[in-house]
Ligand binder design. Structure first.
Ligand SMILES: [Fe+2]
Ligand SMILES: [Fe+2]
Length: 201
C-alpha cells in the first residue's frame, strides 16, 4: 500500500485506517449513520467513565442504568409469575406500584429530552438532526407502548381473581418495551454521551 495521497480525491491510507479502527455503535441494530459518529469516534464508550469525562457523562448514564434496572425487575417479576414462583396476589402486589412509577419516570425523562436537551444538541450540531429525529420518534413509539402498559396495569389493579390471559398480555408489552428501550437507550447514549463529555464547562 502506498502512503501518498492520491490526486483523484480517494481517501488516503490514513483515513482508511481511521475508518477500519473506528468503534462501531454498540447496538447490533443501531440506526446511527457513520456520518453522525464523528464525536463517538473521538470519545468512544471505553472513555466515558474516564476522569476527564465522568463528571459530565455519568448523570445521564445513571438515569439510563436506573431505567434498565426497573425494566429488568418488572420483567423478572412477570417471569416469576409465568413460571409459578409468584402467585397472583404476590405478582399483583409487586407489579402495580412499580409499573406506575416506571411509566411516570420514563415520561419525565423523555419530556426533559424532547423539550430541553435534544433541541439544544441540534443547535450545537445541526448535522445530527436526523439522528435526534429518530430518537424523538422512539419516544412516540414508547409513549404508545407505555399507554398500553398503563391500561393493562389499571386492569390488573381491578382484577383480584387470577387472570392468566391478562398477565400474558402484560408480559408481552413488557417484552416489547424492553426491546425498544434496549435499542433506543443504546443509540441515544452513542449520540449524546460524546456531546456531553466533549463540551466545555
Ligand atoms: Fe430518550
Ligand atoms: Fe434518555
Amino acid at each position: 500500500m502506498t502512503l501518498s495521497i492520491t490526486s483523484d480525491n480517494k481517501a488516503s491510507p490514513q483515513v482508511l485506517d481511521d475508518d477500519l479502527f473506528a468503534p462501531s455503535p454498540r447496538h447490533p441494530d443501531s440506526r446511527l449513520e457513520t456520518d453522525w459518529l464523528f464525536l463517538y469516534n473521538k470519545l468512544p464508550p471505553d472513555q466515558w467513565f474516564g476522569a476527564d469525562y465522568a463528571y459530565k457523562t455519568s448523570g445521564w448514564l445513571k438515569v439510563h442504568t436506573n431505567i434498565r434496572k426497573r425494566q429488568r425487575i418488572l420483567t423478572q417479576i412477570s417471569e416469576g409469575y409465568q413460571t409459578g414462583e409468584y402467585d397472583w396476589a404476590k405478582y399483583r402486589s409487586q407489579m402495580l406500584k412499580r409499573i406506575n412509577m416506571h411509566i411516570l419516570k420514563l415520561h419525565q425523562h423523555h419530556g426533559v429530552e424532547d423539550e430541553g436537551f435534544f433541541p439544544e444538541f441540534i443547535r450545537m450540531y445541526p448535522q445530527l438532526q436526523a439522528g435526534f429525529e429518530i430518537l424523538g420518534c422512539d419516544h412516540v413509539r414508547l409513549d404508545a407502548l407505555l399507554d398500553k402498559l398503563q391500561l393493562q396495569n389499571d386492569t390488573l389493579a381491578r382484577t383480584e381473581v387470577e387472570d392468566k390471559a391478562l398477565a400474558e398480555q402484560l408480559h408481552q408489552t413488557l417484552v416489547d418495551v424492553t426491546n425498544l428501550l434496549s435499542q433506543h437507550l443504546s443509540d441515544e447514549e452513542d449520540l449524546v454521551i460524546p456531546i456531553l463529555g466533549l463540551r466545555q464547562g
